[in-house]
Design a binder for this molecule. Structure first.
Ligand code: CUA
Length: 350
């Protein structure tokens, strides 16, 4: 026998479920959300279009099947003194219809999917920016092949340009995903995967990016963001990134630079002009942490967990493990005054 409480819960569930689906769709449609239904470039646009087509086909089938089911349940329900309805087992016409009609729908979906896959297989332009995305546990490093610069956490790309992303991992499998610009592509150790995307126009805000493959404790905190610049802004950004780190003019930042250069920081991090001669310095390959040459110009830090503010950087330096347990940066037990100096220095590196 069913408990009344259980019945009540089922009824609540029936009301809640559509509510949850509806609110997710509404939130997904909010501006600046990392939503696949708000594409901002050709690749994401094609993928989004395919999603809507498949959803439409699936909805149509769902409505037809459920309507027939409900009709049958009501029309042929058991009532007193009613004979069993006519049995249709072995009806060839019906068997044929419910095999052929779903097959037609499935072939439509298959055809459109394969067409989209071919349309997205190769970039639609030879004018491109090539970036290698190194997936670390748990942060993203971005190497700009022809510009000879390395950055992390925040990816800058020019609008209306093909962006080719070569995906590299020397640890576990990750997945590169910027919902509004491109679908997911796995980053597999020992396997050269790549993807491409482009963005329609410069963005006033950042598009969210994430790792979409479970890759360890902090998988959920392996994020980045993407800023789409105009061609001019992108060139300006590149020139700024190519420059060596500036020697600080104020005394607190100068103290921070000394701490960086003499402390444990240089064991993992590089700054061009301090412990690296250039972004291509062979020494850079042995450094396991992000290159910090233009740290202050980034939007996010700590593998995308924190926005880049003085307070957040101080929190991070105070105890990185408290912010993101299991990451490679140990608690260096820095004093508050050393943290202040390091924050002043790192944030001055624009
Ligand atoms: Cu990297 Cu999940």
């Amino acid at each position: 026998m069913r408990m009344p409480l259980f019945r009540g819960m089922k009824r609540k569930g029936a009301i809640l479920l559509p509510g949850v689906i509806l609110s997710s769709l509404l939130f997904a449609a909010c501006d600046n959300s990392p939503s696949i239904i708000e594409p901002k470039g050709f690749v994401a646009g094609q993928e989004s279009w395919l999603f809507w087509i498949i959803l439409a086909v699936a909805t149509l089938i769902f409505v037809i099947v459920e309507s027939l089911l409900i009709y049958s349940i009501v029309r042929f329900r058991e009532r007193p003194n009613t004979p069993a309805p006519e049995q249709i087992h072995g009806n060839n016409t019906l068997e044929l219809l419910w095999t052929v009609i779903p097959s037609i729908f499935l072939f439509i979906v298959l055809f459109l999917t394969i067409r989209t896959m071919f349309a997205l297989a190769q970039p639609n332009s030879s004018n491109k920016v090539v970036i290698t995305a190194h997936a670390h546990q748990w942060w993203w490093e971005f190497d700009y092949q022809n510009q000879h610069i390395t950055t992390a956490d925040t990816l800058h790309v020019p609008a209306n340009t093909t962006i080719q992303v070569n995906l590299f991992s020397d640890n576990v499998i990750h997945s590169f995903w910027v919902p509004q610009l491109t679908g997911k592509t796995d980053v597999v150790p020992g396997h050269d995967n790549h993807l491409w995307f482009n963005a329609d126009q410069p963005s006033s805000t950042f598009y969210e990016g994430a790792c979409a493959e479970f890759c360890g404790d902090q998988h959920a905190h392996m994020r980045f963001d993407v800023k789409v610049d105009s061609a001019d802004d992108f060139n300006t950004w590149v020139s700024q990134q190519q420059a060596k780190a500036q020697t600080p003019s104020d005394s607190l930042a100068a103290k921070g630079q000394q701490l960086f250069a003499k402390g444990a920081c240089t064991g993992c991090h590089g700054i061009v002009g301090v412990n690296l001669t250039s972004f291509d310095d062979p020494k850079a390959a042995s450094l396991i942490g992000p290159n910090l040459t233009h740290f202050g110009s980034r939007d996010l830090i700590a593998g995308g967990v924190l926005t880049n503010t003085n307070a957040n950087l101080a929190t991070w330096l105070h105890d990185p493990q408290a912010v993101k347990s299991g990451n490679d940066m140990p608690n260096l037990n820095l004093s508050d005054s050393d943290i202040q100096a390091l924050v002043a220095y790192l944030e001055s590196l624009k």
